[in-house]
Design a protein around this ligand. Sequence first.
Ligand code: SF4
Length: 193
Amino acid sequence: MEHFYTIQGEGFHQGKAAYFIRLAGCDVGCVWCDVKDSWDAAKHPQLTIDTLQLKVKATPAEIVVITGGEPLMHNLDSLTHTLQSAGLKTNIETSGAHPLSGSWDWICLSPKKFKAPLPGILPLAHELKVVIFNNSDFEWAETYAKQVSPQCKLYLQPEWDKAAAVTPLIIDYIKQNPRWELSLQIHKYINVP
Ligand code: SF4
């Protein structure tokens, strides 16, 4: 759908320079999705893996974030092997709703209520990032926190349009449950893609 060099705005790698490759196609159907244009892959042009790699290598980027859409609707073996062979770190942001493919330096699992993650990805996640839209999402987040590895970082992130209402709830929750940390979409505050 698009690719661009920017600052990672969310989660463990927040604040680091990263080249984003946003793959088109998603069948998860989050009602609050902020990239609905990504859902129909047929609307977007295809690029070769070599072209993408050259675009990344034309920048000083060290990290490539593969996102979507739901990137695991595609087999990502060739893309990630090519990027890693070029000396780049490969990070993915996924709902986990499709089988895992690719070779990853960092897996950010962001499960969605609208289509549950497949169980195989849970123990492999380096980071669990749950978007909080309403109060019931805290309990839902805990069901997945029990299924990831003990080393997995845990983040709660306010849904952007509900941030004013839910951020105070998240702060209270983290103070009571300090294994969790706050993730903010800082790219939206500093107005970068
Ligand atoms: S998984 Fe991501 S791209 Fe797909 S509908 Fe949900 S927020 Fe949008």
